[in-house]
Design a protein around this ligand. Structure first.
Ligand SMILES: NC(=O)c1ccc[n+]([C@@H]2O[C@H](COP(=O)([O-])OP(=O)(O)OC[C@H]3O[C@@H](n4cnc5c(N)ncnc54)[C@H](OP(=O)(O)O)[C@@H]3O)[C@@H](O)[C@H]2O)c1
Length: 306
């Protein structure tokens, strides 16, 4: 546990910076619940799958390939269903949606955890900047495809990041979704995480009047494979700060697991959580017009994909 985690306090939820995914689910039985988690084979997603299954949930665990998903599932105790879902490949995401629908798996929650960060050079999928496409568009296809499988009080949880604050002025550069008019790795990562947040906000608006909820999460800063694209100097200092200030993986998975299953979060929707408590996002993340526009643009993008 880092020094900071030892000293940090707890928020109104009774949990805080130092809480782990096991802490926030202690005493909970998730028997009878089914939860889909993307990015099950690494970092926070792997820990979320482990703890959700440990508490009795059936976890539909997705990874880029079926082999990765199967290996991840084999490493945890409990009931898991491995599925392929390559978020940068719409055909793969649609096949994942089709498999869940064909088996008529009812989902108590969809935890959109997978992501990539800070690609050093512009990469694209279908003409769109790859972080935006993977982190946002891939999950947009998945979640909108699975809305009919959500239970009456089902939850959608989006892994955003405090990095959403690095998004460009205005939140989303709708005239530069290709990245070709200018690419700054952290700005584009921030934009993708702003998109995750805005998606949760707009989904929450669309869920109004039902018991379904949508929220976004900042997990903290944790040393995982996510940093693999950072330059070696940044990785060195990141590693140095690990014992002092960073969260461990069990602590990093706490907020997403808390928002996905904790009874205290039932009925809370359209919020941004950090350290297992409601937190303040950048002001434009609360702009309903921006969220609505992103949804409409995403629909138009998806309509043209294979
Ligand atoms: N770690 C942090 O400090 C931090 C801070 C803020 C937010 N977050 C967010 O937390 C989430 C989890 O990150 P992490 O730290 O656990 O990172 P991680 O260890 O790198 O795990 C990311 C997961 O996403 C999967 N993934 C990446 N690209 C994918 C694609 N195209 N299709 C399907 N799956 C894909 C990865 O699969 P492969 O292993 O096959 O690549 C992996 O399973 C991310 O959304 C990230 O933005 C993390």
């Amino acid at each position: 546990m880092s020094l900071y985690a030892l000293l940090a306090g707890k928020g109104p939820s009774g949990f805080g910076y130092g809480s782990t995914a096991e802490d926030v689910t202690a005493g909970l039985s998730l028997a009878g619940k089914t939860i889909l988690v993307t990015g099950c084979n690494s970092g926070l997603g792997q820990e979320a799958v482990r703890v959700l299954a440990l508490r009795g949930a059936r976890v539909v665990a997705t990874a880029r390939t079926l082999e990765k998903a199967k290996a991840a599932c084999a490493s945890v105790v409990g009931e898991t269903v491995p599925l392929a879902c390559e978020l940068a490949d719409p055909t793969s995401v649609r096949a994942c949606v089709a498999a869940v629908r064909a088996a008529d798996i009812r989902l108590d929650a969809i935890l959109c955890n997978a992501g990539i960060m800070a690609l050093p050079k512009l990469e694209q999928a279908y003409g769109f900047e790859l972080q935006f496409f993977t982190n946002h568009i891939g999950h947009f296809i998945l979640v909108t495809g699975l809305l009919g499988q959500l239970t009456d009080d089902g939850r959608v949880v989006m892994l955003s990041s405090a990095g959403h604050k690095l998004a460009p002025k205005g939140g989303i550069q709708f005239d530069n979704l290709s990245g070709e008019k200018g690419y700054v790795s952290w700005t584009q990562y921030g934009q993708s995480k702003m998109a995750n947040l805005l998606f949760a906000k707009e989904l929450a608006r669309r869920f109004a009047g039902t018991k379904k909820t949508a929220n976004a999460v900042h997990p903290g800063v944790i040393q995982t494979n996510l940093g693999r694209h950072m330059n070696p100097v940044a990785q060195f200092f990141f590693g140095l700060s690990d014992q002092i200030a960073l969260k461990s993986v069990p602590q990093g998975a706490a907020t997403e697991v808390y928002v996905t299953v904790h009874p205290a979060v039932a009925g809370i929707s359209g919020q941004y959580f950090a350290d297992c408590n409601v937190a303040q996002a950048r002001r434009d993340a609360d702009d309903p017009e921006l969220a609505r526009k992103l949804w409409e643009v995403s629909e138009q993008i998806v309509a043209k994909l294979p």
